[in-house]
Write a new protein. Structure first.
Lengths: 112, 116
């Protein structure tokens, strides 16, 4: 099993640009989670999906952030426009029901 | 809202010693799971150990064990015979177990350093 796949691993962009982070969950898992990790705030849940349906997006910081899951094998997290305070490591995780969440390697985003 | 608190930002011990990382939590739910995750410099999140709240017996995984005190809402991690490879950030996390999946609530982490 390839595990959770995230791309890109690193992203450097300029303020105002659109950023799209991608995630492929583990096959057979029906829940997908997006987390953000910063020094100041630690690990925070942004949004999660069950069976491709967004369940709780209360952690999404503002309207500049959006997430989609068009099918069971793909999800995107988009930031438009990006700001320097969005710089963080973004993790995607997947699970089957409420079993262990498997994390991807993360995307390190730097917004200049 | 549920919270997880790790009061030790950093700890340092000698190789082969035993170390205990503290975690307290707060939740209004009666059914939940508790986890310890390890994050080495590679930043990969690795599950160390898991505890179901309804189980009284403390979970154990090789050199890793927990002391789960439900009434006190305490969930500490003990690492025995510590090794250099144990150097990492350790996060305590909580998830509700009712119904479908839910997101993890993490503590701020403890940076554990194993000295040779």
């Amino acid at each position: 099993d390839a595990g959770v796949i995230q791309s890109p691993r690193h992203e450097v962009t300029e303020m105002g640009q659109e950023v799209t982070l991608r995630c492929k969950p583990i096959s057979g898992h029906n829940s997908l989670f997006w987390y953000r990790q910063t020094m100041m705030r630690g690990l925070e849940l942004l949004i999660y999906f069950n069976n491709n349906v967004p369940i709780d997006d209360s952690g999404m910081p503002e309207d500049r952030f959006s997430a989609k899951m068009p099918n069971a094998s793909f999800s995107t997290l988009k930031i438009q426009p990006s700001e320097p305070r969005d710089s963080a490591v973004y993790f995607c995780a997947s699970s089957f029901l409420n079993n262990e969440q498997f994390f991807g390697p993360g995307t390190r985003l730097t917004v200049l | 809202a549920q919270t997880v608190t790790q009061s030790q930002p950093e700890m340092s011990v000698q190789e082969a010693e035993t170390v205990t990382l503290s975690c307290t939590y707060d939740t209004s739910e009666n059914n939940y799971y508790l986890f310890w995750y390890k994050q080495p410099p590679s930043r990969q999140m690795i599950l160390v150990i898991r505890q179901e709240a309804y189980k009284q017996q403390n979970a154990t995984e090789n050199r890793f064990s927990v002391n789960f005190q439900k009434a006190a809402k305490s969930f500490s991690l003990k690492i025995s015979d510590s090794q250099l490879g144990d150097t990492a950030m350790y996060f305590c996390a909580l998830i509700n177990s009712g119904g479908g999946a839910d997101g993890l609530t993490f503590g701020k982490g403890t940076h554990l350093i194993i000295q040779p």
